[in-house]
Design a binder for this molecule. Structure first.
Ligand SMILES: [Zn+2]
Length: 395
């Protein structure tokens, strides 16, 4: 990619065919890279481990060449990696390619959940979410380099280290780069073994609701107590009525703590809740209702902390258009792409909320994310990687 060469292929089909053939020839190398990166365990809460993984990714891109590598330091969680390859036309907005180096699996998971391949499937912790997505990014980039192709747009790869714990450190980095982006491609896995792309995601809000009442002996002095548990229970029932399956609104009181002993009126109790919605207005309304909660018992105070963590990613016309473009590019690769929506969030929520057309689920097809059964599908992986390379060239 030493000289800015325009696409020398007369049709997208020629380009797709060339990239697909090259990537088919890289299957063994892709698998070896995947095994190496799955073997580099990187739980979000272990900064040193996530940083080791980022180092490997940075080294691989450095070896591939033609990228400026910038480390984004984070004190609390894994560092970010910003890799930039300039485009042939610097006046065009960049393409942002989002991934994350962290996983949900603690160190040592490999001992009982080792990397293994059987037929067209591969298992291992973090294999689909999303070590394989990172490998795809590397090999899509290498495929373009091998073909001597340079995208019109600058490509900015942003790989973060805290996606699985809510992207607190990286949100600013993502939004900063999204503001300069023409579109965002997200390397999260495709849904199921069909590998459906994700064109809508729910937004997520999280809250801790704390009730503080008055402790008392349950036998000697019951009336002078004010139970934080009873008040909290009323509020849990109240917020649960806000769930509306038809609108895709869910309110989940997921964790409850409170009280000390059965013969003590509970002075303190708290609930940790997860609220989700497809529509930005619905999530905002939920946020306001949550903040407006009041105690029925004047002797019990309520404290509400938290807020909207990931805004919704609704399926806008621009996102639908991006999916349609990807589906056309995928056909000559032998892929019949489908789309889906999901209640799970990703860093694509942040880019979509800024109005940047976002296509998510471009990583490997697979199932069982975040579980001992996590696995990815190898036979469609090189063509999906070729699709990523085609998107880099054509968007
Ligand atoms: Zn992920």
């Amino acid at each position: 990619m030493s000289s800015p060469s325009p696409n020398p292929f007369s049709s997208p089909m020629d380009l797709a065919a060339l990239l697909a053939v090259w990537l088919r020839g890289q299957e063994a190398a892709m698998l070896a890279c995947l095994e190496d990166w799955v073997g580099c365990e990187s739980p979000s809460l272990d900064k040193a481990a996530v940083d080791r993984m980022s180092d490997r990714v940075a080294q691989a891109f450095a070896a591939a060449g033609h990228v400026e590598i910038q480390r984004l330091a984070s004190s609390a969680s894994g560092d970010g990696l910003d890799l930039f390859a300039s485009g042939a036309d610097p006046s065009l907005r960049e393409l942002l390619i989002l991934g994350h180096c962290d996983t949900v699996y603690p160190l040592g998971t490999l001992a009982h959940q080792p990397f293994r391949v059987s037929g067209h499937l591969a298992w291992g912790p973090g294999i689909m979410d999303m070590k394989a997505g990172l490998v795809s990014a590397l090999f899509a980039w290498r495929a373009l380099a091998a073909a001597g192709l340079r995208p019109r747009r600058g490509l900015r790869f942003l790989f973060t280290g805290d996606e699985e714990i809510g992207s607190q450190a990286s949100r600013g980095w993502i939004e900063d780069r999204a503001r300069r982006a023409h579109a965002a491609l997200v390397l999260e896995p495709g849904l199921g073994l069909e590998g459906k792309l994700k064109t809508a995601r729910k937004g997520i809000a999280g809250y801790v609701l704390r009730a503080r009442g008055r402790a008392a002996h349950a036998g000697v002095d019951f009336e002078s107590g004010a139970s934080a548990i009873v008040e909290l229970a009323r509020r849990i029932v109240e917020i649960s009525t806000w769930s509306d399956p038809a609108r895709g609104i869910s309110v989940n009181p997921g964790v409850v703590h409170g009280g000390t002993r059965s013969n003590v009126v509970a002075a303190e109790a708290e609930v940790d809740c997860d609220l989700r919605a497809w529509q930005p207005d619905d999530l905002t309304a939920l946020d306001q209702r949550m903040r407006g909660l009041a105690s029925a018992d004047p002797r019990v105070s309520l404290e509400i902390t938290g807020g909207i963590n990931r805004p919704p990613m609704p399926r806008t016309p621009a996102i639908a258009g991006l999916f349609a473009a990807a589906r056309e590019l995928a056909r000559p690769l032998g892929l019949e792409l489908e789309e889906c929506s999901t209640g799970g969030g990703s860093d694509g929520n942040f880019t979509a909320a800024l109005g940047v057309p976002t296509l998510d689920g471009l990583g490997i097809a697979g199932a069982g994310a975040h579980s001992p059964d996590e696995h990815g599908r190898l036979d469609t992986w090189p063509p999906r990687t070729a699709l990523l390379a085609c998107l880099m060239m054509s968007l």
